[in-house]
Design a protein around this ligand. Structure first.
Ligand SMILES: [Mn+2]
Length: 357
């Protein structure tokens, strides 16, 4: 008999997300996060998945918006054949469900608690400052069973040390807290895994995101695992060196190549940080580049962090506004660093009419 389980974590439903998005788009993005949760549940429904493990931070806040909280509960109720195991994390640590919860939603508390699904046993505990150093001492698992352990944290947060969990008969440790996929070995028997968040919310969560699908062979007590990407949008950041680009169009071609290599598509969020050295008679029009990218992607932001080649200033003897400006700055009492910054900004205004940032 094969038992099929989904392991996810860090959905962070009802996040602020106002670092890059205005209020309206942040709200739309929250709805997308909720739809991705629904998509995962639909995947479970149509692929014979018996249980979904949520290893913490289902919500970004202990008091999620009613609509988001109730939609999650509706999704659970509408799928009575799927068991949902929800262990709270550090963002949703309070009582997120004040009312009655569906019978197929199984929760945990600050003491070890186990649920059996035939020969598969799911055990979990919500770590806190009082129990995190002693929790492993009280963990007893039947070595004849296939043991899944749910926890939220890492070495630093909640002090989860893999050494403490060796030789404890764990087969699969379903963790949450780290927002990118990560797996490793506990001992001869078990592995640990962080599935990462379901959707990236910022440029510190770039690339593919999804959940882990686990197929357990109950008799042989073996399993296989597969990462299933499910995110609607992905975040990508590229920092190309544009020193060799002699025009903004050349920068666009370079970005096209780099973003194609990433696999970025029109649903995705793009952050570009331009690097390298450009000559003083050149200024990059970031508005032009941003506009181009916004046509091709859901969201794009461009930062110009190029340095201007210092030597070029010395030779500008032209009788022009730019020449006069360069000489004025060059002969000023400013530090070399400030001179470069002032020249970069001023030349950008003079030649393109925009301030290059
Ligand atoms: Mn988290």
């Amino acid at each position: 008999m094969t038992v099929r389980i989904i392991h996810c974590a860090d959905l962070h439903l009802d996040s602020r997300m106002t670092a890059h998005l205005d209020k309206k788009r942040a709200y739309e993005r929250n709805i997308e996060l909720l739809q991705t949760f629904n998509r995962m549940v639909e995947y479970a429904d149509s692929n014979d998945v018996e249980a979904i493990l949520i290893s913490g931070d289902l919500f970004d806040t202990p008091v999620p918006a009613e609509f988001i909280r109730d939609t999650v509960l509706d999704g659970v109720r509408e799928h009575p054949d799927i068991l949902f195991f929800y262990l709270k994390g550090n963002h949703d640590e309070d009582n997120v469900f004040p009312g009655d919860i569906p019978v197929n939603l199984k929760m945990f508390n600050d003491k070890w608690r186990s649920y059996s699904m035939g020969d598969v046993v799911i055990t979990g505990l919500e770590l806190n400052e009082k129990n995190d150093n002693i929790a492993s001492h009280y963990l007893v698992l039947d070595k004849e069973k296939f043991n899944i352990l749910m926890l939220h944290g890492d070495e630093n947060y909640n002090h989860i040390k893999m050494d403490d969990y060796r030789e404890k008969n764990i087969d699969y440790m379903a963790l949450g807290h780290i927002h990118a996929f990560k797996k490793g070995i506990i001992d001869d028997r078990g592995v640990y895994c962080y599935p990462g968040c379901l959707e990236g919310r910022g440029f510190d969560e770039c690339g593919e995101h999804g959940f882990v699908l686990i197929d357990i062979d109950e008799e042989r007590r073996t399993f296989s695992m597969e990462f299933i990407p499910v995110a609607k949008r992905r975040m990508y950041q590229v920092s190309p060196d544009v020193s060799e680009c002699t025009s903004d169009n050349e920068i666009l071609h370079l970005l096209d190549r780099e973003l194609a290599d990433c696999g970025a598509g029109f649903n995705d969020y793009i952050k570009v940080v331009l690097k390298g050295n450009i000559s003083s008679d050149r200024s990059i029009n970031t508005l032009y580049i941003t506009d181009y990218l916004q046509e091709k992607y859901e969201y794009a932001k461009v930062y110009d962090e190029t340095d201007t080649l210092h030597d070029d200033y010395a030779y500008d003897e032209s009788i022009s506004l730019k020449g006069e400006f360069v000489r004025l700055v060059k002969n000023s009492d400013e530090t070399e660093e400030d001179k470069a910054a002032i020249l970069k900004m001023g030349i950008s205004v003079i030649t393109k009419g925009v301030i290059s940032r």
